[in-house]
Design a protein around this ligand. Structure first.
Ligand code: NOJ
Length: 547
């Protein structure tokens, strides 16, 4: 008998953005006790793991992705004891816990950076990436090379008056990059990782991991534009992203993780073609990260052709025992329902694919009830990324932007009930971001009771995934000969074969599945299976057991 694959290869992960999940103490900001109070929602939904965006000490300029103490909890989110209680309470319910590890940069208010910036000779002078650059004819400082930040428009170098040198900031100016070539930085960061593993966390999501180490010789990036997972880049990041040193770092971090046994995992936030990203998982035979996000579904057009192409590519680049990681939305990108024009039929099709494809399914809080982007003009953005973009492109201030740019829009409070502020915080308190005005129809309380809701559909799919060996362990056979607007794949387990069919077109379609096929679940009551043929109305999907 084949050995069952490890838990993480077919897990389902629910991303909690703690600031917007549940406010338990009435300050308008979500917190860790709030997350604990709603863990049963995750259990009832049927996910197997919880990933928490950062809640560590931080000035909160990038809402936790700017850390000033990796070993402590930000007071507005709770205490270290609350973090421990969260780990323990999740485990008691059978949920794995994944924390967010921001290795690329700290806050500029981290004591390490405050010290590093103070002089060129202090004990932490080399804890960050400092460089000389040059001077122009008027004596003004010129950065050492052409590197742009991950935001594309701003450059990646920030000037320090104190040191008369540049420091690297791959993301925002107040997030200086740590110097991973410095053994003291490695030792300190790896110890911090051990501290949390010792407290019981099951793994980490690694924030912009591919930006951790750039070209040591600081050579220019290639100046031609490119596109990664739907995000246009003004230059090709051949010297700044996914360098050989980054792949090696993945292996070193894996070794730290493995000190705690085979069940702790690393999930990389990395960008690039899947054929490159697979090197994070296995680099010349050396094990690295267990999983990497494949972000292309977040940007892909809703179309059978586009999705079929992506599934085929991910199966090719991440064959078993590797596992592709599918994701439809997160705290940085547009809500998936908003991307398909608010059409709930399409959201149900997407849910079907996410929960039945081979590998890992990641859901973002609120996705299960069909939360949509909550429009907030760029001029009002709290999101520092949107503010930076607005500074560089002021002409965009009065326009409705391409969705991905104001991340506030996808961070509106979780919609628990139809009460004021959606039950996120007490009615007399203003939440840190406004709630969506669709809260009357889109909330957990009402959808739990509704057999036709999106939430009920997600629960059905996740229950099926837990029950069916073929959906967890089976290989995936993608049919190449379907009609243009149809996706069909079989999940082939040791003892069963399950077929998933989806009609992404505007007309009804019929497909032969063979005698003996039985319907396990359908996204719409109009789907039917008679005499071995399945009927799918427009924008529906079905899962069937083959005889
Ligand atoms: C990626 C995170 O998902 C995003 O929210 C954050 O702003 C940047 N990394 C910087 O840490």
């Amino acid at each position: 008998m084949r050995a069952a694959s490890p838990w993480w290869a077919s897990t389902s992960i629910y991303q909690v953005y703690p600031r917007s999940f549940v406010d338990s103490n009435g300050d308008g900001i979500g917190d860790l006790p709030g997350v604990v109070s709603r863990l049963d929602h995750l259990v009832d939904l049927g996910v197997k793991a919880l990933w928490l965006s950062p809640f560590f000490r931080s000035p909160q300029r990038d809402f936790g992705y700017d850390i000033s103490d990796y070993r402590d909890v930000a007071p507005e989110y709770g205490t270290l004891d609350d973090a421990q209680r969260l780990i323990d309470e999740a485990h008691r319910r059978g949920l794995a816990v994944i924390f967010d590890l921001v290795l690329n940069h700290t806050s500029d208010q981290h004591p390490w950076f405050v010290e590093s910036r103070a002089s060129r000779t202090n004990p932490r002078a080399d804890w960050y990436v400092w460089a000389e650059g040059s001077r122009d004819r008027r004596g003004r400082p010129v950065p050492p090379n052409n590197w742009r930040s991950e935001l594309q428009l701003p450059r990646a170098w920030q000037w320090s008056h104190e040191r008369q040198q540049w420091y690297l900031a791959s993301f925002l100016s107040f997030q200086p990059d740590l110097n991973w070539r410095n053994p003291s930085v490695r030792a300190e960061m790896f110890d911090m990782v051990r501290m949390w593993l010792g407290r019981g966390v099951d793994g980490f999501r690694l924030d912009i991991f591919g930006s951790c180490m750039q070209d040591a010789a600081l050579r220019d990036n290639a100046p031609w534009p490119t596109l990664y997972a739907g995000i246009p880049r003004v230059q090709t990041p051949n010297r700044t992203l996914n360098t050989d040193d980054c792949f090696a770092l993945a292996g070193d971090l894996r070794a730290v993780c493995d000190e705690f046994g085979p069940d702790r995992i690393l999930l990389g936030e990395v960008f690039g073609p899947s054929s490159v990203l697979r090197r994070y998982v296995s680099d010349g035979g050396r094990a690295g990260l267990h999983l990497v996000f494949l972000f292309d579904f977040l940007a892909a057009r809703y179309s059978a052709t586009a999705y079929r192409g992506l599934i085929a590519r991910f199966e090719r680049d991440f064959p078993p025992p590797m596992a592709p990681t599918y994701v439809l939305e997160n705290h940085d990108r547009a809500r998936s329902l908003s991307r398909v024009g608010g059409d709930l039929r399409k959201a149900r099709v997407l849910a079907t694919l996410l929960c039945t494809l081979r590998g890992v399914a990641v859901l973002y809080q609120g996705q299960e009830i069909g939360m949509e982007n909550r429009y907030i003009p760029l001029a009002d953005a709290k999101d520092p990324m949107a503010q930076t973009v607005a500074r560089h492109l002021p002409e965009w201030l009065n326009q409705r932007l391409p969705e991905r740019l104001n991340r506030d829009e996808v961070r509106s409070p979780m919609q628990w009930t139809a009460a004021p502020h959606a039950g996120f915080c007490p009615p007399d308190v203003a939440p840190w971001l406004p709630t969506h005005d669709n809260v009357l129809q889109r909330n957990v309380e009402s959808q739990v009771r509704d057999p036709d809701s999106l939430l009920t559909w997600y629960r059905t799919l996740l229950a099926l995934r837990a029950e069916r060996e073929a959906l967890r362990e089976g290989r995936l056979e993608l049919a190449a000969d379907t009609a243009r607007h149809v996706i069909r794949y079989d999940r082939v387990g040791e003892h069963e074969r399950i077929v998933v069919v989806a009609n992404l077109g505007d007309s009804l379609t019929e497909m032969r599945l063979g005698e003996g096929a039985t319907l396990l679940a359908a996204s719409d009551p109009g789907c039917g299976l008679n005499n071995g043929a399945v009927t799918l109305p427009p924008h529906t999907a079905a899962v069937a057991l083959l005889g």
